[in-house]
Design a binder for this molecule. Sequence first.
Ligand SMILES: [Ca+2]
Ligand SMILES: [Ca+2]
Length: 293
Amino acid sequence: MPRIVRDGPPGVKRGPNYRQDGRGSGETACASIAAVRSRHPVLPVALVCLLAAAPPETTQPSDDIAAFLVAMVETQSIQLPTYTARRAVDAIRVDGTLDEASWARATRIREFRHIYDPARPSKFPTEAAIVWDDANLYVAFDSTDPDPWGTMKNRDDRLWDEEVVEIFLDPDGDGLNYAELEVSPNNVVVDLLIPRPKADVEAALRWNIDGLQTAVGRRPGGWIAEIAIPWKSLAAAGATAAPAPGDQWRAGIYRIKRPRGVKGADEFLAWSLTRGERGFHDPERFGYLQFQR
Ligand SMILES: [Ca+2]
Ligand SMILES: [Ca+2]
C-alpha cells in the first residue's frame, strides 16, 4: 500500500445540538437531524432520526454506531466483487511459472482500477488468481509491464514506495487484524499484520508469514508472482486451518506501478475499489473471497 498512516474517515463527532440534560426539545431534535444528515448524507432517514435522538450520555456509543451504520450503508450501496477460489487440482510449485493445471482452470481477475481515479484506464493490465489446498492459499499475479523495477532488497523494506503486487487477507471480515503481503518484481517481500487501519507500521512489520513461499518470473512484456501462504501462518489474523468449502473471507488485491521518468503516471490499482483517501487500507471495501471445493 502507499502508506499505513493516513487521514482517517471524516470524524463522526458529537453534534452541537444536544441539550445538557439529555432531553432533546423539538427544535433540538430537528437541528440534530439536520446535523446528522449533513454528516452522513447516505444514511436512510430512519437511521438519521435514531442517531439524532440519542441522549448525550450515549454520544460516544452513538458515534460508534453511526460510523458502523455509515460503513454498512455505503458498502451495501456499492457492489463489492466476489472471487471464487477453487481447490488446486495438482501440486503447485512456487517457481514463478504458472504452468500448473490449477492455474489454468482458475478464474482470472482482470478488473483492476485506479483507487484515486476509477474512470482512468490502467496502462498496465494486471491479472490475478487464487487457489487453495489443505496447506496453503496460493496467489498468482501476471502484471503487464515493459519495465518492472525495484531497488529494495531486504525483507520488510518499504516496498510500497516502489512497484509491488499485494494481497490483504481478513479471514473473519471484521476489518481488524488483517494480513498484508507485498511482493516486488525482484521477489523481495514485506508482510504486515494490520491491527486496524492507520495502525503503527513499525509494530505491524514485526509480524512474518511463517513458511511463506514466493517466486517471481519474467515473461515478454511482463512479470509473474507466485505465492504460497500457509494457513497456519495466519493464526494472528484469525485462521489456522484450510477454510471449509463455502467459507467466505474478505480480501484486497492490489498493484502499484510507477513508470520510471514519467511524472504523475503512478498507478495504484485495486480489484475491489477503495475510497481513495484511505489508500489501500479500507477493509470495509475489501472484496469477498469464497472458497469452493
Ligand atoms: Ca508454478
Ligand atoms: Ca480480522
